[in-house]
Write a protein that binds this ligand. Structure first.
Ligand SMILES: [Zn+2]
Length: 77
C-alpha cells in the first residue's frame, strides 16, 4: 500500500486518459477493436469472435486457390 496521494493521482490520470479517448470517436475505436480479424487477401474484416470454421468457410468460398492461412495468418499453427 502506498500513499493515498499517489493512488489519487493515478486515478486522475486514468480518468483523463478515458476522457481523451472518448473525444476521438470512441464508436470507431470500439468498432476497430471488435473487427480485429481481417482477410489478408480481400481485406474483409470479421468480428474477433468469428470462429476458425467461419474463417475457413470464407477462404474456401472466396479464395479457393489460396491457403486459408494466406487469408488468416492467425490460423497458422
Ligand atoms: Zn477474403
Amino acid at each position: 500500500m502506498g500513499g493515498g496521494n499517489g493512488q489519487k493521482a493515478k486515478m486522475a490520470r486514468e480518468k483523463n486518459l478515458e476522457k481523451s479517448k472518448g473525444s476521438k470517436g470512441s464508436q470507431l475505436e470500439s468498432n476497430k477493436k471488435a473487427m480485429n480479424i481481417q482477410c489478408k487477401i480481400c481485406m474483409q474484416t470479421f468480428m474477433c469472435t468469428t470462429s476458425e470454421v467461419k474463417c475457413r468457410e470464407h477462404a474456401e468460398a472466396k479464395h479457393p486457390k489460396s491457403d486459408v492461412t494466406a487469408c488468416f495468418p492467425h490460423l497458422k499453427k
